[in-house]
Design a protein. Structure first.
Lengths: 188, 777
């Protein structure tokens, strides 16, 4: 009789141990989370150039990869076309167009201006860039800038967004790349 | 493990002046493991001896003459042999495990019939001990033909004959490990301290364990549960200088006097390490934390038994900060920099980017003897695997950032079940037949690198083995079927996505035939020819996007077909006397539809800049090579061991080499063993020289950077057992990379960014303990 009690106790103990502690995942296999709830992506960079001598003379240039990195390739990649010998008041707009309506990521960049810096590197073009906005520490951000054009000609302009949390010093060296697009530039 | 080093007693003293002796080893016929407590008995003299923990026996004071020797061991067929004893006679015995004779079967050790004609290489106890505190992948590297694919120091994936990930099966306690094995930076989630025995079976070994394992199988076996009454255990402590890492692992196990059928064990491991150092700098964010535990309960009777095993593995580790790069320009900048772009002080803190994984295994196993004809065993297991990957930077949006969610989360739950019937020997045949099933569900949150999926699979197998005298033939056949449904969103334009749920079906045969010729114990030749297949994995079918940390865009192909391998492995083992031991094992794998990543000719433009793009492609590949092991006793106390692993991998379709294949590896080890002294035994000191050649056989323009140059490292090991309070306490020291050499390994994914780990001194101590002796008063 005693032996039987022991056996029963052992089985009860075993059963208790088995049914404790198993972790579970949600049974959502057939129903994956919709892509809009994914992490933030930057699909689109839009540059707007306003002629400082004529407010109604506005040029645009856009790079757009509508489903983010990977998947489909970009569908819009404009050439920047500016007239020579002018000053252009330039604004950068960043969007996440995987969502509808699109999310304006440039607002987040502005909020975290102390961690971000735009860098503009011209090659073979007369266009030069001066950043006109400042973060809370008095360092430039680059969402707002002035582009100066002189002689006509073709070249490229690399527009880079550096993510520099805690290491921003006004130069382009520290941090990682959030955006890097080489636009064709035609000054004509 | 038992620490009774020499049990060697004589049953009866022989008074006369006969001075001859009989000594040698008793080893398992198949895997050559030592058999402890085997009896070697001289029938004519009614005396004998038991083997010690190294399998040695000695019977002294025997008169010269012809005798009949009987060797018996629990669970083995008795051997009776007539031999001549003259002077100091040395004779090894090789009993065979025989199901008919299994008395009171040990539940955990009652493994199903293995494919014995295949070469199974055990990691020696010495090598297991030396690798304590390191990962499972590191522990396996001492086997020839096995490499590891590393992502820095904390992620180490085993590679057999150049193949890894889904082409290798890890059997953790008899259960196929199911997690996110497809990822090159996803290491097997197994606590190496669970392993009492580690072994590698090379070659297509899919009959018993299911499809996929076209390169080989890694067996992680826990110690059998205690079958004698009492409570005991063991404590292991390891400290390492590099990363200032500490590991503590312990188990307690017992068996009740009153309830002798019930055995139990509790086991746990804690590990923490900080930033590791290369010879010239500290690697930022390379710390890790790990906590694991397991328990086992066994109930066994003569004709039936059951066992429960539960384990949990939890780890969090930093990903070297400077390895996380923005785009191809950043990568080139990182590669051309003499020191990593980020360096910093030592800390235990783990920051972004980091990964956290959890793995849970519950296994239920039972067996019942079906009369004297055989044994039926049923196994069920559930595994749950969780993986969080945190990018270097959180979201820009403050409210999202505050949630601090991983950028990628996977959960995969797997249920497996097996029913196997093994039949006892009928004439010269033994064999087994079995049925197995698997179902898996995967879900993600965050980045959808791998979509949700559900799969079901089933397999049926049959293995028979024929054995007579010096010959053995084994053959097996298996059919597997796999059904896979994927659930993913596909971009259709205008910020809209459509849910698609395609179904894939795969089914095919696996076959295997092996031959063994065994002349005494001197020459042992085995040839194994197999054909096996592997269904493409979900990442190969559906990867689509940027693989952060790998700085690559990967594109799967949903039309991929199954891989089929046809391989042959020949193993010649020659052991002519006490001094020399050679094993040569040439192999060839022909793989049709071998799936690999083909780099695109031009990088792909994204808003982050240019990235190299890779497409999953299929080709016909040939992988051939040779593993060599050579051991020679220079003097009574000094051994030299030479190991070599050579591999050539050719892409037949592209007429070029295959990428990411290990380069040739040579290792020489000198070991000096000290004589046992009063309280100190099993002491040794060894020095090993590892030389790894430059991998020159790579396809052109397929990698971010050329393969690193050849390198060598020197490692030192020393260990001894100290007998204190009736226990053998084992103390060991290892120095890895003694000369603090700066080098990079071709199979280390961090080689683009940093040198490998510098000198590392490890101190280990193993303390067995006995809480309660089991002997009744």
């Amino acid at each position: 009789m005693k032996k039987r009690t022991n056996t029963l106790m052992a089985i009860a103990f075993a059963a208790t141990v088995i049914w404790t502690g198993c972790k579970k995942d949600e049974d959502t296999t057939t129903n994956p989370p919709p892509p809009a709830n994914e992490e933030e992506v930057i699909t689109t960079m839009k540059l707007a150039f306003v002629d400082s001598s004529n407010n109604s003379n506005i040029k645009y240039a856009t790079f757009r990869d509508p489903d983010g990195d990977g998947g489909l390739s970009y569908d819009i990649f404009d050439t920047i076309k500016l007239e020579p010998n002018k000053t252009w008041i330039t604004t950068i707009l960043l969007l996440n167009e995987t969502e509808s309506p699109a999310d304006t990521i440039s607002n987040e960049v502005l909020d975290e201006g102390v961690d971000h810096l735009f860098c503009f590197t011209p090659t073979g073009t007369s266009a030069t860039v001066i950043k006109t906005d400042l973060d809370n520490n008095g360092l430039p951000i680059g969402l707002q800038s002035k582009w100066y054009t002189t002689v006509a000609g073709n070249g490229t302009m690399q527009v880079e967004l550096r993510h520099q949390p805690g290491v921003k010093d006004g130069t382009c060296t520290p941090g990682d790349t959030d955006i890097s697009v080489d636009f064709q530039v035609k000054v004509q | 493990m038992l620490f009774i080093c020499v049990i060697n007693f004589h049953l009866m003293a022989q008074a006369d002046s006969c001075k001859s002796s009989l000594s040698g080893k008793v080893l398992d016929e198949h895997d050559k493991t030592v058999l402890e407590f085997a009896t070697v008995y001289i029938l004519e003299l009614n005396r004998g001896a038991l083997t010690d923990s190294a399998g040695n026996y000695k019977i002294s004071n025997v008169c010269d003459g012809n005798y009949t020797i009987r060797v018996s061991h629990i669970g083995c067929e008795n051997i009776e042999e007539k031999i001549l004893i003259k002077g100091k006679t040395i004779k090894n015995f090789y009993p065979e495990h025989h199901t008919e004779l299994l008395k009171d079967v040990e539940v955990t050790a009652a493994r199903p019939l293995e494919q014995t004609t295949q070469t199974k290489t055990n990691v020696t106890d010495e090598k297991i001990n030396q690798s304590k505190g390191q990962s499972l992948g590191d522990a396996l590297k001492s086997v020839t033909g096995v490499n590891s694919l590393n992502t820095g120091n904390s992620i180490s994936k085993p590679v057999i004959h150049g193949m890894h990930s889904n082409r290798i099966l890890v059997l953790n306690n008899g259960i196929r490990q199911e997690g996110q094995q497809w990822g090159v930076e996803h290491a097997p989630e197994v606590d190496p301290f669970i392993a009492n025995k580690l072994s590698v079976i090379k070659g297509a070994n899919s009959i018993r364990y299911g499809s996929d394992a076209i390169a080989g199988v890694i067996l992680v076996e826990a110690k059998p549960l205690r079958d004698s009454a009492g409570i005991g255990g063991e404590l292991n402590l390891v400290g390492m200088s590099n990363g200032r890492a500490g590991t503590a692992s312990a188990y307690v196990e017992g068996n009740l006097n009153k309830l002798n059928a019930l055995s139990w064990r509790l086991q746990g491991t804690l590990k923490q390490g900080g930033n590791i150092s290369a010879p010239d700098y500290i690697l930022v964010n390379t710390g890790l934390k790990e906590y694991n535990f397991s328990y086992a309960l066994g109930w066994k009777k003569k004709n039936y038994g059951a066992e429960i095993f539960y384990s949990q593995f939890n780890t969090t580790f930093g990903i070297f900060s400077a390895s996380h790069i923005g785009n191809l320009t950043d990568l080139n900048r990182a590669f051309n920099s003499p020191v990593p772009l980020e360096t910093g002080p030592f800390t235990y803190h783990i920051g972004r980017p980091f990964q956290h994984t959890e793995h849970e295994l519950l296994k239920l196993k039972s067996f019942i003897k079906t009369g004297d004809k055989g044994k039926l065993s049923i196994t069920y297991a559930r595994q749950y695997n969780l993986r969080y990957e945190y990018d270097k930077h959180g979201p820009l949006n403050d409210s999202l950032e505050a949630l601090n969610k991983p950028e990628l989360k996977y959960e995969i739950t797997t249920h497996t079940g097996d029913i196997i019937w093994e039949h006892n020997r009928v004439k010269n045949f033994t064999g087994s037949i079995g049925l197995s099933g698997i179902t898996q569900a995967n879900t993600y949150e965050g980045r959808a690198l791998i979509p949700n999926f559900q799969n079901y699979g089933g397999g049926l197998f049959f293995i028979e083995r024929w054995k007579k005298n010096k010959f053995e033939i084994e053959g097996g056949i298996r059919y597997d079927y796999k059904w896979l449904q994927v659930f993913k969103y596909q971009y259709i334009g205008n910020a809209t996505y459509e849910l698609i749920s395609p179904i894939h079906k795969f089914g095919n045969f696996t076959g295997n035939v092996g031959f063994i010729y065994k002349s005494d114990s001197v020459l042992n030749v085995s040839l194994n020819i197999g054909t096996a297949w592997r269904a493409p994995s979900v990442n190969e079918l559906y990867s689509n996007g940027l693989h952060h940390g790998a700085a690559a865009l990967e594109f799967g192909d949903k039309t991929l077909q199954s891989e089929r391998t046809n391989n042959a492995i020949l193993t010649v083992h020659y052991n002519p006397g006490k001094r020399l031991n050679i094993e040569v094992s040439p192999y060839i794998h022909y793989i049709n539809n071998f799936i690999y990543r083909q780099p695109a000719s031009t990088p792909m433009l994204t808003i982050r800049g240019a990235f190299p793009a890779f497409y999953y492609k299929q080709t016909n590949a040939v992988l051939n090579g040779c593993d060599l092991y050579f051991k020679y006793k220079l003097t009574k106390s000094l051994d030299i061991t030479q190991k070599a692993s050579v591999l050539r991998a050719w892409n037949q379709t592209e007429n070029d080499w295959l990428i990411t294949m290990p380069s040739d590896k040579y290792e020489t080890e000198l070991t000096h063993r000290f004589n046992n002294r009063n309280k100190i035994n099993s002491a040794y000191i060894s020095a090993s020289f590892l030389y790894v050649t430059k991998q020159g056989r790579v396809p052109a323009n397929s990698d971010f950077a050329p393969p690193p140059p050849a390198y060598y490292t020197v490692n030192l090991h020393a260990s001894c057992n100290i007998y204190v309070r009736k226990q053998n306490i084992e103390v060991g020291v290892s120095v890895f990379n003694l000369l603090n050499e700066s080098y990079r390994d071709y199979l280390d994914r961090f080689r683009y960014f940093t040198d490998a780990m510098g000198r590392n001194i490890a101190l280990r101590i193993k303390i067995p303990f006995n809480i309660k002796s089991g002997l009744p008063p």
